[in-house]
Design a protein around this ligand. Structure first.
Ligand SMILES: Nc1ncnc2c1ncn2[C@@H]1O[C@H](COP(=O)(O)OP(=O)(O)OP(=O)(O)O)[C@@H](O)[C@H]1O
Length: 577
């Protein structure tokens, strides 16, 4: 037995776990799983593509792969359904907790404590009931070194092979690198000298934030530089030898960079007449040089439309620079937009910086959330639009502006003008062609959008929506629009084990609150009563819709329809499993 396993057995004995008894199974409720999924969003988002890739290879191999959070809660599994069925007998499944204090020595719980990869063979498991298993696992760390969870591959002990441990370590490493790319503003690859690298497939990577401080470092880079790089600025000598492999700043700051990769036009999906009308107008606007104002609630696709206008117009070869006006503090907006001279204010870079208007060159500057700009910044912007020049902060040298302006807001600007919060002269200058994007709740093509999003989220699977799930998506109000739909579907794809998304996989925000309207008069009271009756029946039947339908003496489909109508579908899962 390895020292790690010996120490683990000792801990189990000291905690009075009895190996011949049943393990202390802790099963989490469906609602809690949903919360855990939300808490672990980046981990799940980045691990899904890896699990999806792995899944077909595990079929008919008696292997399953699992993802647990940092507390040992299993939140995702893929693999051979026959073995998965067998593994369920010891609760090796979604919703179970495999902390060592509950399940004794095991690859998930023990790897979380040891914080290193581990393989636990049959009898090395503390509880006898787990002796049929061999499990290999590796902890997963965030780019800044925080423990996030564990990846595990489990099989019958007869199929034990050490390669499983190697695979699990490679998946963990790939996942950690994905997290680094997702979190860092810029990722640099360090030169990897042969004497440092015996067989490693991974590049030494370092992630930097906007201020060029190290915010993440992968295992290979740690081997070269040590583990105390976090928060430090990269040494200039080191930076000279390194290669930039990702630079997100180029999206908004492409001064010295080629035009960033834009989302291709066909990705703007939809067949609803309201949407097609807006699209046709935007396509026309792309060909002329008038200012464009895109109106729409948050998440309706304003930035995607702005990109489309840029990409399909004559400026497509020039940069597209997006500026979120609401995300920049009032005292920095002028330096962001117009640039600054070296040393013009505390925190400024010594050599100065060009502003986003100049960075856009002859391309497009997309001023998102323009309605949130302060009056002072509005005055400065108006000057730029009128005079077609910018004067960097701390300079008296005006520089010409050639960029086309596309603005967007979720606010009702005429009201803002009336209230004195938005300058009327700026409003009329920006207005030009007005493209209004419909909110998702008014679109008739939600299912088309949903199917498109699902195929983007899980391109290797043929996932469909059940009729009830479709009804649920159609009846929801979608305050967060297409972005919210994306989030809901990521979670649903994640939750579904087969290739069908049903209502139980769909969690809609605030549905519970929305579902019970304030009683106002008889009609509403009747609705309330029916709604309550359905909720009670569902609760009585532990969330089983067929049984609840029998109890209510209505058909199962009618019940589903009514549940969608009252938006109580999210609660149909058993509150306690
Ligand atoms: N018609 C569409 N087809 C495909 N994807 C879409 C469509 N509309 C929006 N999306 C997607 O929805 C998400 C939100 O879109 P986008 O960021 O353009 O919205 P927005 O209105 O600019 O949001 P915000 O106002 O919050 O910045 C993006 O991931 C985008 O790709």
């Amino acid at each position: 037995m390895s020292t790690i396993v010996q120490q683990s057995w000792k801990r189990c004995q000291e905690s009075n776990l009895v190996s011949t008894q049943k393990a202390n199974d802790q099963i989490i409720s469906t609602n809690r799983i949903k919360e855990i999924i939300q808490e672990n969003h980046p981990l799940i988002r980045e691990s899904l593509p890896l699990f999806n890739k792995l899944s077909p290879f595990l079929h008919s191999t008696e292997h399953i792969a699992l993802l647990s959070d940092r507390n040992g809660n299993i939140i995702h599994t893929v693999g051979d359904p026959v073995f998965a069925d067998h593994a369920q007998k010891v609760q090796l499944q979604i919703g179970a907790n495999w902390q060592e204090s509950n399940k004794g020595t095991n690859a998930i719980g023990t790897a979380l404590i040891a914080q290193q990869p581990i393989q636990i063979f049959g009898e090395q498991h503390y509880f006898r009931e787990n002796h049929f298993l061999t499990c290999s696992s590796s902890p997963i760390f965030s780019p800044s070194g925080e423990l996030l969870g564990v990846i595990d591959i489990s099989t019958r002990k007869e199929y034990t092979h050490t390669f499983a441990l190697t695979i699990v370590c490679m998946i963990a490493e790939a996942l950690q690198n994905r997290l680094l790319f997702a979190e860092a503003e810029r990722v640099m690859s360090l030169p990897d000298t042969p004497e440092h690298n015996n067989w490693e497939p991974w590049l030494p990577l370092i992630g930097l934030d906007r201020d060029e401080r190290v915010v993440g470092i992968n295992r290979r880079a740690k081997q070269l530089l040590g583990s105390d790089m976090l928060g430090k600025q990269l040494d200039p000598d080191l930076e000279r030898g390194a290669r930039t492999v990702q630079d997100k700043r180029r999206r908004t700051w492409p001064s010295a960079a080629p035009t960033p990769q834009l989302k291709p036009f066909p990705r703007l999906v939809g067949s609803c007449p309201l949407f097609l009308q807006a699209k046709a107008l935007a396509q026309k606007a792309a060909q002329v040089d008038f200012p464009v104002m895109i109106l729409g609630e948050s998440g309706t696709g304003k930035e995607l439309f702005a990109q489309m206008i840029h990409q399909t117009g004559p400026r497509a070869q020039e940069p597209f620079v997006a500026v979120n006006c609401s995300a920049i503090s009032e005292n920095l907006i002028e330096s962001e937009l117009f640039g600054y001279e070296g040393g013009s204010f505390t925190g400024a870079q010594r050599e100065g910086r060009i502003g986003k208007f100049e960075a856009a060159r002859k391309g497009t500057i997309f001023l998102d959330e323009i309605g949130d700009m302060s009056l002072r910044a509005q005055a400065a912007l108006l000057r730029v639009l009128q005079e077609k020049v910018v004067t960097p902060v701390g300079s008296n040298q005006a520089r010409p502006v050639h960029a086309r302006v596309v603005a967007a807001t979720h606010r009702h600007l005429p009201d803002e003008v009336k209230a004195g919060r938005f300058r009327a002269d700026l409003y009329y200058r920006l207005k030009g062609v007005v493209v209004s994007l419909p909110p998702l709740r008014k679109r008739s093509d939600i299912l088309q959008l949903a199917a498109h999003q699902i195929s983007q989220i899980a391109p290797d699977r043929q996932i469909t929506l059940t009729k009830q799930a479709q009804a649920m998506l159609k009846s929801y109000s979608w305050p967060g629009n297409v972005r919210e739909l994306q989030g809901v579907l990521i979670q649903a794809v994640f939750l579904t084990e087969d290739d069908e998304i049903d209502c139980e996989h769909i969690q809609l925000e605030g549905v519970e609150e929305e579902s019970v309207p304030a009683a106002q008069g008889t009609a509403l009271s009747l609705r309330d009563m029916e709604c309550e009756a359905i909720k009670t029946a569902l609760k009585k039947c532990g969330g089983n819709v067929s049984q609840a339908a029998k109890l209510l003496q209505i058909g199962r489909n009618t019940l589903y329809r009514k549940m969608a109508d009252y938006r109580i579908l999210a609660q149909m899962n058993q509150e306690e499993l």
